[in-house]
Design a protein around this ligand. Structure first.
Ligand code: KG4
Length: 333
């Protein structure tokens, strides 16, 4: 089955063609990072305008790279939400237009479910599993009994982990998106700042990152006022050590409690090297699935994969009334 995936929920315009939820024949991603970098974050209106500008070219390139024609496609899968509404609407309307023109079935995919299914490209996804979803907008622990069965067990009570990374990065003078830059500097430093491990021992599966973020901001601010020098590499290392310890320990504790061997890590922050290293070190008894960096951040291949598995579980199709939704719950099928 050939699925055309379409993704435009934030600042990446992407189209991809994937065979049977696994074999990526093409995955074209047009990133707007350079445009938004100077603003210090994504400007929604600027993002949607750029999606309009890029979307047709990205579709065309996806077909060229896969050496296929629109007629070859069996299913169109598009990100319905959550995300920036103006951005989402561009992808949804492009996918609807394509489906209508070529008489193809259309399926609406949840963006975060897409991140989870990015793992199907390089791993045999086996269940039951615990999914740790870490992105710029979400931090969630999900118990999955099977494909498309989602039970939310814990989530952040304030900032998402990617958001905390980006804010800490800004404070220490790194440009948006700061996550990858903090990750890089963390590997050059030592964990000397003794930052809090929030909610590590509270018995719940919830997270909180705003206190940790404030601890970094205050530490930096106080040092500036006293004229003391901050070792940015060590501060990034201490921040990353705190974040990864809480994420990994809680995930492994839940896996043990549920007697589950499979762990799925997904979302933009799953690209974090420190997180991967800690999972590999502390989770030796588990089957840890993390996508390669290309499929960690937003891309349409993951949407095509999720669309494929969703269709197999529940072949309910979207019609041309499909709308985008900026906030959307994950639904089991
Ligand atoms: O999933 P994603 O591409 O977009 C959504 O939020 O939906 O995630 C983007 C987030 C940003 O906050 C970015 O800083 C973070 O993922 N990120 C990282 C790394 N790569 C991307 N955070 C930490 N370490 C990384 N290597």
């Amino acid at each position: 089955m050939l699925v055309l995936g379409v993704e435009s929920s934030c600042d990446e315009t992407s189209a991809s063609i994937v065979r049977d939820g696994k074999e990526v024949l093409s995955c074209v991603i047009n990133s707007q990072i350079n445009i938004h970098e100077k603003f210090g974050g994504v400007v929604p209106e600027v993002a949607s305008r750029n999606h309009v500008y890029q979307v047709s070219m990205v579709f065309k390139q996806a077909f060229e790279e896969a050496n296929l024609k629109p007629e070859d496609i069996d299913l169109v899968a598009v990100t319905e939400g959550p995300g920036l509404i103006g951005s989402l609407l561009v992808g949804v309307n492009a996918a609807k237009t394509f489906a209508m023109m070529y008489h193809k079935p259309l399926i609406a995919v949840h963006h975060l479910v897409g991140h989870i299914y990015a793992n199907s490209i390089e791993h045999e996804m086996t269940f039951p599993a615990i999914a740790l979803l870490v992105s710029g907008g979400n931090t969630e622990l999900i118990y999955m009994k099977d494909h498309f069965q989602f039970e939310l067990v814990g989530e952040t009570l304030d900032d998402a982990v990617g958001e905390a990374y980006d804010k800490v990065a800004r404070v220490v003078g790194l440009t948006y998106p700061g996550g990858p830059k903090v990750d890089k500097l963390a590997h050059l430093g030592k964990d000397t700042y003794n930052l809090p491990r929030v909610y590590l021992e509270d018995g719940s599966y919830n997270f909180s990152f705003s206190g940790l973020k404030s601890a970094v901001i205050n530490l930096h601010h106080n040092a500036m006022q006293r004229g003391e020098e901050i070792n940015v590499n060590d501060l990034c290392c201490s921040f990353q050590a705190s974040v990864t310890e809480v994420l990994v320990r809680k995930t492994l504790r839940l896996a043990k409690e549920k007697n589950v061997k499979n762990i799925i890590v997904a979302g933009g922050v799953s690209a974090n090297k420190g997180l991967k290293e800690r999972f590999m070190e502390e989770g030796k008894d588990f089957n840890i699935m993390i996508p390669s960096i290309k499929y960690c951040t937003d891309n349409a291949a993951m949407i095509a994969c999720a669309g494929y598995y969703q269709y197999k579980k529940d072949p309910t199709l979207a019609d041309l009334h499909l709308n985008a939704s900026s906030s959307l719950e994950i639904e089991s099928k």
